[in-house]
Design a protein around this ligand. Structure first.
Ligand SMILES: [Zn+2]
Length: 259
């Protein structure tokens, strides 16, 4: 999870979840953006030990959303507000020096303790909130199952250029569109969606992931992945060509001009 997206309130359950996931890491081929000075962060900012050996800074997280660095354990456990623990550090000129100072600071050393302790408790299943963790895991699995089905429905409709929405967003209403109709159909046979739809209808689930906003978000996520995959193919290819097809809008303007 990008550190910029961490919840404001870090409850014990959230901390346990974040520690079990570990510090956020960007992909090895991630290109760091340059700031106005032409500087950027770069991969593999290692710590050099006195004997010359270089070790990875496991606590260091980079946020692509904020183009900033955070310290995993200080963001989790520090009561003090400083850049690496709150809003992120992005003064690349002094980066190496700042990281060195931070990792030797008493505050950072103090926060490494509870991180490693919690991590080992989670690994051995000895967290105080073991039951709570098990519940979180089950919930996470359930939402993943639900979302997998919703994404599949959207992909299936999008591949056939079928509109998703109808004139209402209510389940089981006659004109609620093809997306909800597919959800209803699948819910007749699939236990995961059956349970989900029943909870939504019964008012037990305030979050349904069936509304128009989430439909658009899922479409955006899918489109991002498609663009990523096209771009990575282009990067790997020596030659490539692009064919464009477009369609005019109501005022007969080609939509491509708006891109
Ligand atoms: Zn720290």
């Amino acid at each position: 999870m990008d550190p910029a997206d961490w919840p404001q309130q870090l409850t014990d359950a959230v901390k346990s979840e974040l520690v079990s996931r570990g510090p956020y890491e960007v992909k090895p081929d991630f290109t760091f953006p340059k700031n106005e000075d032409g500087r950027s962060f770069h991969h593999h900012v290692h710590r050099q030990l006195v004997n010359g050996e270089k070790i990875k800074r496991t606590w260091l997280m980079y946020s692509p959303k904020r183009d900033s660095l955070y310290c995993f354990c200080c963001k989790l456990f520090s009561q003090k507000a400083f850049k690496l623990s709150r809003h992120g550090f992005n003064y690349w000129k002094n980066c190496s020096e700042t990281l060195k100072m931070h990792e030797n600071s008493p505050e950072h050393t103090k926060n490494m303790g509870p991180w490693k302790e919690l991590e080992s408790r989670i690994r051995t299943g000895k967290t105080i909130d073991k039951v709570e963790m098990a519940l979180i895991k089950t919930e996470r699995r359930r939402w993943r199952e639900v979302l997998t089905r919703l994404v599949a429905i959207i992909q299936s409709l999008a591949k056939r250029n079928i509109a998703l929405r109808g004139t209402t967003d209510r389940l089981n209403a006659p004109n609620n569109g093809d997306f909800l109709k597919e959800v209803e159909l699948m819910a007749q046979f699939d236990p995961v969606l059956k349970e989900h739809v029943a909870k939504v209808e019964g008012g037990a689930n305030h979050t349904s992931y069936l509304g128009k906003i989430i439909q658009n978000e899922i479409i955006d996520c899918i489109s991002e992945r498609i663009v990523e995959s096209i771009v990575s193919e282009i990067i790997q290819s020596k030659y490539f060509s692009i064919i464009l097809d477009c369609t005019p809008d109501l005022s007969h303007k080609e939509q491509l001009l708006r891109v």
